[in-house]
Design a protein around this ligand. Structure first.
Ligand SMILES: [Zn+2]
Length: 239
């Protein structure tokens, strides 16, 4: 009898905990749009908007390397594809660079000056949003997946970051990464308008590196980055 009671009690506790978990999961997921809704975003909302694209690195700064690919080449190729789709939908695109250049200056702090020049372009753009594009590299070859960073100083940054991450959940397939808050990334910290930084994938993973260099994969990824922007403009609480 005693054992039976105890069993009944533990079943009730398990049920209660499960219900709480379901409620928390639902509340949490309400904030993050689902992929189907992002993919269905109306791109006409992009018309007349100004957007800055910041392809990471360039010129003397190759960025990360892996499997024979350079970050600066992939980020530029991706940015140009994103820019074309935005322009085809009536947006004006400002690039921090649209060729293989850098903003390094002689002497100390060259890298910082390069980044601050990009911030200056972003802050003087009159744009509504910016996207910085990078690729990752790490010691372990098994790591993969696009990852979106944002600075939580603006609520819109988090919204756009979560939407962007969700839009990139199949880049590459099996990507389990979550968007990440970051207080230190210079471009995110110093820019005055909403924006995110997309680490498009890992050059150190040979499968993903080859995808990142693939024209078709780049186009699909560019489309999903644009869809995330369109969804954000449609749904952001700031508008
Ligand atoms: Zn980078």
């Amino acid at each position: 009898m005693r054992i039976k009671n105890l069993r009944g009690k533990s079943v009730r506790i398990v049920v209660a905990i499960s219900l709480i978990a379901v409620v928390i999961t639902q509340l949490w997921s309400q904030n993050i749009p689902n992929l189907k809704d992002i993919e269905a975003a109306d791109l006409s909302i992009l018309s007349g908007r100004i957007i800055v694209l910041d392809p990471g690195h360039g010129g003397i700064d190759s960025g990360a390397q892996g499997n024979g690919f350079l970050e600066k080449d992939i980020t530029l190729a991706l940015a140009i594809k994103i820019g074309k789709i935005l322009e085809n939908n009536g947006a004006t695109v400002i690039f921090t660079r649209d060729s293989d250049i850098d903003y390094y200056t002689r002497g100390k702090g060259g890298k910082r000056k390069d980044l601050l020049k990009r911030v200056e372009i972003i802050n003087n753009s009159g744009a509504e949003a910016f996207v910085s594009i990078h690729t990752n590299a790490i010691r372990g070859k098994e790591w993969f997946g696009a990852e979106v960073y944002y600075n939580p100083k603006l609520a819109e940054n988090q919204e756009l970051g979560e939407t962007m991450q969700q839009s990139l959940k199949n880049f590459s397939p099996g990507n389990k990464r979550q968007s990440r808050k970051d207080l230190n990334i210079l471009v995110l910290k110093n820019s005055n308008l909403p924006g995110v930084l997309v680490e498009a994938g890992f050059l150190t993973n040979s499968h993903e590196a080859n995808l990142l260099a693939d024209d078709g994969y780049q186009t699909q990824m560019a489309e999903h980055i644009v869809k995330a922007l369109a969804y954000h403009f449609c749904h952001s609480v700031a508008r």
